[in-house]
Design a protein around this ligand. Structure first.
Ligand SMILES: Cc1cc2nc3c(=O)[nH]c(=O)nc-3n(C[C@H](O)[C@H](O)[C@H](O)COP(=O)(O)OP(=O)(O)OC[C@H]3O[C@@H](n4cnc5c(N)ncnc54)[C@H](O)[C@@H]3O)c2cc1C
Length: 311
């Protein structure tokens, strides 16, 4: 079985940044990745300093070649089983192989669970959007329908009302709006439509043509803003006995400032550990986790040398 200093599971921004930090420290690194980043449906990634508007796949191609330049090996496989401990080392079984390592980085991202509105999946990442910083500028001044599906929806209305004066809030029944929520929307000048949404009318390119209500009326909108429930892809962490943290918007792996999880030797970075992390924050947390893991390995090999000398 091939052994590595570190196995990084997930090769998005977080995992590749960790791989660069570790590769530059002359660690042997394996990145196991299914290449399905969360923003795969988006044509451009914004708020990426120095690479503003780059395509998500191109950004990861650059990251892969940088990681490989420093010796990281990247395989397109799915990690299915994770066992072991810091004392005995870790074993990762993928769909085709088996590898071992001294340390693990979980950079597996999160899954966006979408409200069950017909058409939403087809429009997701194209004209059904969740993040003002990722897509807001692109829909400025457009007709925008915020779909009221949960606790994030009011916050989204607040941010998108800053970008367009043509925002409408469709309170998708049975979503409940408090009096305070209604007052907020009123102050923002955002009208409320009280109705269950029948479906998003979407063309073959994922472009929204309007939001169809349960009575058949069509709300004119070029973009639908909708929050997902965000759950960390953390099955492997749970296989090691790790517990997930609950958040009003989903679940995540709790980590220290340096990316260490509650399990010694196991680090987590990116959206798996921070539901709100955008591309640069995900990459930054990967760099931090990679650096912390490297120092952890350096200290533990120094300690074992000292123990041998004193034995
Ligand atoms: C539609 C959309 C648009 C967005 N636009 C922007 C934007 O413009 N700007 C911005 O800053 N942010 C944007 N984001 C957020 C951005 O996608 C995340 O910040 C970023 O992808 C997080 O990086 P990550 O490395 O944590 O996870 P990901 O990029 O999701 O990468 C996780 C990787 O792990 C792999 N993986 C998961 N489980 C396994 C496994 N068991 N075995 C092997 N591989 C596995 C996946 O295939 C994937 O390649 C957007 C998000 C969405 C949904």
């Amino acid at each position: 079985m091939e052994h590595y200093d570190a196995i990084i599971i997930g090769g998005g921004s977080a995992g590749l940044a960790a791989a660069v930090a570790l590769g530059r420290s002359r660690r042997s690194v394996l990145v196991i990745d299914t290449n399905k980043p969360r923003n795969a449906r988006a044509s451009h990634a914004h708020n990426v300093l120095g690479q503003e508007g780059i395509s998500p796949q191109h950004l990861l191609e650059l990251g892969r070649s940088e990681a490989e330049h420093y010796g990281a090996r990247i395989v397109t496989e799915e990690a299915e089983h994770l066992t072991g401990s810091i004392e005995d080392g870790f074993t990762v079984k993928t769909d085709t192989s088996e590898y071992s390592s001294s340390r693990i980085v979980l950079a597996t991202g999160l899954t966006d669970d979408l409200a069950g509105i017909p058409g939403l999946r087809e429009a997701w990442g194209v004209s059904a959007i969740h993040c003002a910083y990722c897509h807001g500028w692109e829909v400025r001044d457009q007709a925008v329908a915020v779909l009221g599906v949960g606790p994030m929806s009011i916050h989204q209305a607040l941010l998108f009302a800053q970008l367009s004066s043509r925002v409408v809030f469709i309170n998708h029944q049975p979503n409940v709006l408090s009096e305070e929520n209604r007052a907020t929307l009123d102050k923002l000048g955002v009208p409320i439509v009280e109705s269950r949404i029948a479906r998003l009318r979407v063309n073959g390119d994922g472009q929204l043509e309007g939001v169809e209500l349960s009575n058949g009326d069509l709300v004119d909108a070029q973009a639908a803003v909708v929050a997902s429930r965000m759950n960390a892809n953390a099955g492997l962490y749970q296989q090691l006995g790790g517990q997930l943290q609950e958040h009003p918007l989903g679940t995540f792996i709790q980590v220290s400032e340096m990316g260490l999880t509650g399990i010694p030797g196991v680090y987590a970075a990116g959206n798996a550990a921070n539901l709100g992390a955008m591309v640069m924050a995900a990459a930054a947390s990967g760099t931090v986790a990679g650096a912390a893991l490297n120092a952890d390995l350096a200290i533990s090999s120094l300690n074992s040398e000292l123990n041998k000398m004193h034995a």
